[in-house]
Design a protein around this ligand. Structure first.
Ligand SMILES: Nc1ncnc2c1ncn2[C@@H]1O[C@H](COP(=O)(O)OP(=O)(O)OP(=O)(O)O)[C@@H](O)[C@H]1O
Ligand SMILES: Nc1ncnc2c1ncn2[C@@H]1O[C@H](COP(=O)(O)OP(=O)(O)OP(=O)(O)O)[C@@H](O)[C@H]1O
Ligand SMILES: [Mg+2]
Ligand SMILES: [Mg+2]
Lengths: 235, 235
């Protein structure tokens, strides 16, 4: 489904060079359930942004369903055209950002419904799908609050609802339970487990070992490289 | 040191009334180490903002070192004058926000040094104190990155460094390890434990039971009320 080959991501700041990703080879099959763990600053969000087609690598190849999304090398750069890329991002992938990235001046309801606007879903269906997504994360009674009128964990759940509203087949969740108490975390993980059973693909960055145990495959990142990649024996 | 009496915080939204805090009585002595836990949306951040003099209650009294900071009742509102309030906020209290609240267009170094500017600390000393705070959270090599050039856990640590830079005697930390892996969390908790041993007062909102175990007193909040308030038997 997704194939990363020799992926690097480098930032040059003055005389410093930061190797956020330092040569990553990584394959994801359909319907996998993968957790990604690693120290703060090790490259997890950078990797997720590349998988989610939100960022391009400094070098390396990224294939999605066997099509080249981008290929950056010494001979030049090949990129998928803008429309095909937008379709992958808007219809196939749901992304929960580590820092939520909600529109501050718009209600929870409008924030959650935004992917449906981009996907040209008919208006009446938009309202229905948005309502359902909010109910799934327990926020039906907070639909008309703006982000500044929500608690931290409520904003996180709005970000989760927005990622799921368009029924994407690939869910990329970057620390989705970081601001949630254990009961609410369990409700969110039950959602993800359910989506996985419905044949979707789940990739979840977390720093909590209990959350990582839900996944079938466990990847550890250190200093921009994959340190280990193992099947979870307990699942 | 801090005395909250009959504190309420109410938001009216159209026909809905939200009781974010619904009658809170709470006392904090000097050099206490208190954890606050509770479900998402239960009122923890609202309580912290009132303790930190960043928000005023809808009704009730807040005393700081026996002086009235604000007293809101049917007979009217009494508030401490602006200068005294600013001095408490800038010199006595260090606040780690749940959503970091960093200035986006300014480096980690300048973000961390901001409280020192407000406290009129001499320039050379500002640089020294800022450098030390960044080293304590392991971010000396990220000083000149802006928040968008930092990982989620690095931004959280910049927020922590900023809260500690002016050596406040009261530290209010709202979910300070939510974005940190366990090793980095332990380093941050070691910092807080140290500060407590140096006679400071620590109040820490967390949803992780392991983190709460560092505190000597454990408060649970539910639906805007204090549900339990107990000494931690293990410490
Ligand atoms: N400006 C506002 N207008 C309306 N409701 C608000 C506003 N700010 C907060 N609330 C509501 O007040 C309640 C308490 O919010 P608070 O941020 O204190 O919760 P919390 O315990 O910190 O939650 P979390 O663990 O998710 O961070 C929430 O239900 C929230 O929706
Ligand atoms: N725009 C940028 N410019 C320079 N350095 C950057 C930039 N963005 C990220 N970095 C650096 O790249 C490294 C990897 O960042 P990334 O966000 O992927 O880490 P992470 O594993 O998600 O960390 P965390 O667990 O703290 O969220 C970090 O050390 C960070 O400082
Ligand atoms: Mg990250
Ligand atoms: Mg909160």
């Amino acid at each position: 489904l997704i194939h990363l080959e020799k992926i690097t991501k480098t930032y040059v700041m003055g005389s410093d060079t930061i190797h956020a990703l330092d040569g990553v080879d990584f394959q994801i099959q359909k319907n996998e359930y993968i957790s990604i763990m690693g120290p703060s600053g090790s490259g997890k969000s950078t990797l997720m942004n590349i998988i989610g087609c939100l960022d391009t690598p400094t070098s390396g190849t990224y294939r999605f369903e066997d099509e080249i999304v981008c290929d950056v090398g010494d001979t030049g750069t090949v990129k998928m055209n803008g429309n095909d890329l937008a379709r992958i991002r808007n219809r196939k992938i749901g992304f929960v950002f580590q820092t939520f990235n909600l529109l501050p001046r718009v209600t929870a309801f409008k924030n959650v419904g935004l992917p449906l606007v981009y996907a040209n879903i008919p208006r009446a269906q938009q309202v229905q799908m948005t309502q359902l997504a909010l109910e799934k994360v327990g926020l039906a009674d907070r639909a008309h609050h703006k982000p500044s009128e929500l608690s931290g964990g409520q904003r996180q759940r709005v970000a989760i609802a927005r990622a799921l509203v368009n029924n994407p087949s690939i869910i990329l969740a970057d620390e989705p339970t970081g601001n949630l108490d254990s009961e609410t975390s369990n409700e969110i993980m039950a959602l993800f487990d359910d989506l996985h059973r419905q044949d979707n693909t789940i990739i979840l960055v977390t720093h909590e070992p209990d959350i990582a145990l839900h996944a079938h495959r466990s990847v550890h990142i250190l200093d921009g490289r994959i340190e280990s990649d193992e099947i979870n024996p307990n699942v």
